[in-house]
Design a binder for this molecule. Structure first.
Ligand code: MN
Length: 219
């Protein structure tokens, strides 16, 4: 393929924005150099992020990074509910195992929980004119079957912003299938971590001291 395609498929280049936004010496977030052998792939996950405003981060593996969206209200299991999903920078695969506290003052400062995790299938692969996930992302229409611990079944992500807009706005919509549920608020009913069973407060309390200042105070 073209050089452009090569570049789009290179995890190192696709993490440039991720690295530029963070001080990875201060934050305990993954650098992108970690091994990720124990993750079932392609990875699907939703993180609950108690930053300046509580939100949920949906991440889907595309080639060797996690394409990401911030979903202010979190996912819904009701096909009649459309949830705003703002595209954010691609994250390293190792982010799928990150649960802890981003220090205050750092980008995204606050507590991060792995709210749901599993794998997914790209439903566009089965269509008459198949599309890869990278193509779906470019074209602004994704259809996946999620196999998480909390979320299952079909979900569509549709880009609604215009190309000239600086931030990509998408809608996250549950597709109609056996896993659709109308009268359930999944984020209320299942608030805790699928990795550790902890709630946000427990993650915050148990997180080791991260800032150099705090280390000094303890000695
Ligand atoms: Mn976030």
């Amino acid at each position: 393929m073209s050089d452009e395609q090569d570049q789009a498929n290179s995890g190192t280049d696709r993490l440039e924005s991720y690295r530029a936004k963070r001080d990875l010496g201060r934050s305990t977030e993954p650098t992108g150099d970690e091994a990720v052998e124990d993750l079932p792939q392609p990875v699907y996950l939703v993180q609950k992020h108690d930053a300046s405003q509580l939100h949920y981060d949906l991440r889907l593996q595309v080639v060797d990074v996690l394409a990401s969206w911030a979903v202010p209200k979190g996912p819904s299991t009701d096909p009649a509910t459309r949830r705003l999903a703002m595209r954010t920078e691609d994250h390293p695969l190792a982010y799928a195992a990150f649960e802890g506290v981003i220090p205050e003052g750092e980008y995204g400062g606050g507590t991060v929980m792995v709210w749901d995790r599993g794998t997914f299938q790209n439903l566009w692969e089965e269509k008459d004119e198949p599309r890869t996930m990278a193509e779906c992302l470019d074209e602004g229409r994704i259809e996946i079957r999620v196999e998480g611990e909390k979320l299952q079944g079909g979900y569509a992500l549709i880009r609604t912003s215009k190309p000239e807009e600086e931030r990509e706005r998408w809608l996250l919509i549950k597709m109609k299938d056996d896993h659709a549920q109308r009268d359930v608020d999944i984020t209320e009913e299942q608030p805790d971590s699928v990795l550790s069973g902890r709630n946000l407060e427990e993650i915050a309390e148990e997180s080791p001291a991260e800032s150099p200042e705090m280390d000094k105070d303890e000695k």
